[in-house]
Ligand binder design. Sequence first.
Ligand code: GLY
Length: 401
Amino acid sequence: MIKKLAYGIVALAIAVSCTSPKANTETFEAGKLLDYAVTKTSATMNSLHAADSLPRNIYSTQTEWNKVGIHDWTSGFWPGILWYAYEASGSQDILENAKEYTEALKGILDVPVDNHDLGFMLYCSMGNGNRLIENEEYKNFLLVTADSLATLYNPKVGTILSWPVMVEQMNWPHNTIIDNMINLELLFWAAKNGGDQRLYDIAVKHAETCMNTLIRPDYSTYHVAVFDTIDGHFMKGVTHQGYADSSMWARGQGWGIYGYTMTYRETGDKRFLDVAMKLADKFLERLPEDGIPYWDFDDPAIPEAPKDASAACVASSGMLELSTLLTDEKLKARYKNAAVKMLRILSTDQYLANDKNQAFLLHSTGHHPNGSEIDASIIYADYYYLEALLRLKKINENGTL
Ligand code: GLY
């Protein structure tokens, strides 16, 4: 009887594989790496003393996190890691810490909004918290945060002002950076959860304007679009954190892939899907042989230039989601396989920090032109690595996110 059943299952499997146009997808189990990330998260958690002192980076000569305060643009990533680690492990201890560190971020809105990073700071942290434990206080706080972010929107230009401080400092009357695409997720969420419809409209208009300005004809990206405030026209593209204005800064391209994928998920507008795929194709076409990008694809110092693992993490997480939004089996496999390949390489001894320091990963680059965070461990690399592992686990288990 059991034998008969087994033959039946094999016959069914053969029949399904003959009729379905499924393309080959890479298998890669996230389980052990999730355990690694949860163990390291607990170890860092137990070494920290204050909820408003948050891990940001570790240089190659160090072993422990350098910390920043809640107003730093990266402040949401550590609480975000705690939420993801709780999701991966169910640990009550991690949950209590996630709540404590998220609570400490409430002070972010005590000062006037002075940049676009509210989404990174509060959606990666409190947004994940609300997704996992549905907390009314978090929800209300996120709605207020979305309204605050929207105050930076300039209807004449059609985008959110990313860096108010650069208006005078760089003489950029209105400026919007590709990273800002990530912050739109907070606006989309708010519009669906009791916020104004206007928040949705702002997010869509922002994505459209950036599509026509920050994205070059060859689907590489500028970092910054500078606009005139009188008539709103696009004045120039700049690549502030990259090698040159005309170069392809790796993390910026990653923000674009991730941001336009999320924007397609929220709008169903195929223009955004098309852009997300083309940005991903450009990223993959230019990846070096060893599979992890240099900090800028056009740095003439390559192959001696530093890598940016964080760009690979952001791009992997974005491509995993992209694979779930497609129906064509070959395209689904293309982006899933590309993401898995990067995660596989990031999960080797070359990139894993193991016991070298407190982070999950080594070899990220923050702001090369400033000489800061070059070839370091950086908190957002860990955040997007953990997010990508969780996404992969869900896709492997359920076929979707
Ligand atoms: N959002 C700033 C960066 O990617 O460095």
